[in-house]
Design a protein around this ligand. Structure first.
Ligand code: AMP
Ligand code: FE
Ligand code: FE
Ligand code: ZN
Length: 296
């Protein structure tokens, strides 16, 4: 006889996905839809980590209660380092921490100006797009990003998927690329720690323009309070995973795995990579406790 109860209850090891996006940044689902999708996909513990904002936390918390999902509230901070972008996950930060909130607000403001400049450069080159069309793709209070330019090009029939826009016009090497204000990675680690949160480098060895994340920078981030590396991520092949594991072993860092799900905006599927329960416990223990993991 099969015991009653959901498939989730029947498993002994919970499924933990610690990196996802909602339409409060560049995901395509509302926080409520994202949590519902996670429950359907068998995710027991979900982290919402929208780019440079905590604006989705409250809605995700309500949905997590409804769907019986455990919620880890987080952010993904874009950091600037030698003309390339390094992403820092911050788990369980205090949303009321003034210094971190100020830094995130500054980044979001600068992201808007930057998108307007990118659209102007593209329009001058004959790509059919207006900034108003891009704004129409950014949800209320959401962090604007390059994917919203792609969404505007989908809406006006120029392309079919975000990927096409990134290959043709939006990539880091594109002549239309414009940067935005972002803190340097060491300062971002300090800000997350000062806000009681737990910093983990997102997809550390994703190939970037300059391939800038060298071991020396990770060491400096470690000295500033870095706690982990997101080793298990679709942007990493076996060589990148091995490098993350070796570095974590040497520096005493945790290793996480996550999907980096963006709804229909990217091919990443929920729970395609996961984090071990003991690693989640260590993340929780490293936080100040001001922002708790929300259990249903
Ligand atoms: P931004 O934050 O504005 O610099 O834009 C970077 C974001 O674009 C990343 O967080 C990804 O979610 C997204 N992105 C990067 N490359 C692609 C791609 N090929 N297809 C879809 N989304 C992408
Ligand atoms: Fe994104
Ligand atoms: Fe990222
Ligand atoms: Zn992400």
């Amino acid at each position: 006889m099969t015991p009653t109860g959901s498939a989730r209850e029947a498993r002994t090891r919970p499924v933990i996905d610690l990196h996802t996006h909602s339409a409060v940044s560049d995901g395509t689902e509302t926080p409520t839809e994202l949590v519902a999708a996670a429950a359907r996909a068998g995710v027991d513990v979900l982290a919402l980590t929208d780019h440079d904002t905590v604006a989705g936390w409250a809605e995700a918390a309500a949905a997590a209660r409804t769907h019986g999902v455990t919620l880890v509230r987080g952010i993904e901070i874009s950091c600037a380092w030698h003309h390339s972008s390094i992403h820092l996950l911050g788990y369980l930060t205090d949303a009321d921490d003034a210094a971190l909130a100020r830094e995130l607000a500054r980044a979001r403001d600068s992201r808007s100006t930057r998108l307007e400049r990118m659209v102007a450069l593209m329009a001058a080159d004959g790509i059919p797009l207006g900034y108003d069309e891009v704004l129409a793709q950014v949800g209320p209070g959401a962090t604007p990003g390059r994917p919203h330019i792609a969404d505007a090009l989908i809406a006006n029939g120029t392309i079919r998927h975000r990927d096409e826009a990134f290959r043709s016009w939006l990539g880091d090497d594109s002549p239309y690329y414009v940067g935005h204000y972002a803190p340097d990675p060491v300062r971002a680690v300090e800000l997350v720690r000062a806000a009681g949160g737990v910093p983990v480098i997102a997809h550390p060895f994703t190939r970037t323009r300059t391939g800038a994340l060298d071991d020396a920078l990770v060491e400096r981030m470690r000295e500033a309070g870095l706690v982990g590396l997101e080793a298990y991520h679709r942007d990493h092949g076996p060589a990148e995973v091995a490098r993350a594991e070796a570095l974590a072993g040497r520096l005493g860092l945790l290793l996480t795995g996550s999907s980096d799900y963006h709804g229909e905006g990217k091919r990443n599927r929920l729970a395609e990579n996961t984090t071990k329960p003991e690693v989640l416990e260590a993340i929780e223990a490293a936080s100040s406790g001001v922002t708790e993991v929300l259990r249903p």
